[in-house]
Design a protein around this ligand. Structure first.
Ligand SMILES: C[S@@+](CC[C@H](N)C(=O)[O-])C[C@H]1O[C@@H](n2cnc3c(N)ncnc32)[C@H](O)[C@@H]1O
Length: 214
């Protein structure tokens, strides 16, 4: 599978230094994720990046396994976990489809799904790692919801940036309807949605696994 290892490793330090773009939206997201977490759960995070979210949520669950394709991102996550004295967080380099098998009670994917070149296969792999009733919680920039002109401008900008190596190879312009349908088609029922922030929008989806998929 073609993945953006060079791109993500290369921007890890800069990504870590970026401030959270919208503090209110991020706080709201964390609050809604925390609503579903319990101290008995083993959690897997895909595309965990520099571990900001995993470190913040670790105290609310039994364990959290933060995975990412980029070792440079996870090196920063390890450092952050150590600084925060979090001892139930482990990191593992893995592309989403090859993430550890678990078993896990909850899988998180924050700002990741629009970057995956084969989202159908990735959603199937996520479903395969959860028991029936297990939760898949994601937040995804739904770039396909932008107005036509803005979408055309964004598409052109992303293409140019990809051409010069300044954007990931895959950036999908998903609509919220497409995203939610794909999650349902992978064997989930959607139990909560939200937009944090409303404007971009960052589509928050909580889905419960209802049936096993092959
Ligand atoms: C936009 S960042 C989001 C990081 C973090 N989840 C957050 O919300 O800040 C996307 C992350 O996904 C990782 N990534 C991209 N494609 C991936 C894949 N196929 N499998 C696993 N991780 C991937 C990148 O290395 C990067 O750390």
């Amino acid at each position: 599978m073609s993945v953006d290892l060079g791109f993500w490793n290369g921007i890890a330090e800069r990504y870590a230094a970026l401030p959270v773009r919208d503090e209110d939206a991020y706080a709201r997201t964390l609050d809604r994720v925390a609503h579903y977490l319990t101290p008995e759960q083993d959690v897997l995070e895909l595309g965990a990046g520099t571990g900001t979210t995993a470190v913040k949520l670790a105290g609310q669950v039994k364990s959290i396994t933060a995975t990412d394709l980029a070792p440079a991102m996870l090196a920063i996550a390890d450092q952050r976990a150590a600084e925060a004295a979090v001892d139930n967080l482990t990191t593992q380099v893995a592309v989403a489809q090859d993430a550890p098998e678990g078993p896990f009670d909850v899988i998180l994917a924050m700002n990741l799904l629009h970057l995956l070149p084969d989202l159908t296969a990735d959603l199937a792999a996520i479903a395969a790692r959860l028991p029936d009733g297990g939760l898949f919680i994601s937040k995804t920039p739904s770039l396909g919801e932008a107005r036509v002109i803005k979408r055309m401008i964004m598409t052109a900008m992303v293409s140019v940036m990809q051409w010069v190596g300044k954007a990931p190879k895959t950036v999908s312009f998903l609509t919220t309807a497409t995203l939610e349908q794909m999650i349902q088609d992978a064997g989930f029922e959607v139990v909560e949605v939200g937009d944090y922030p409303v404007s971009t929008p960052g589509r928050f989806v909580v889905a419960r696994k209802i049936s096993s998929v092959d």
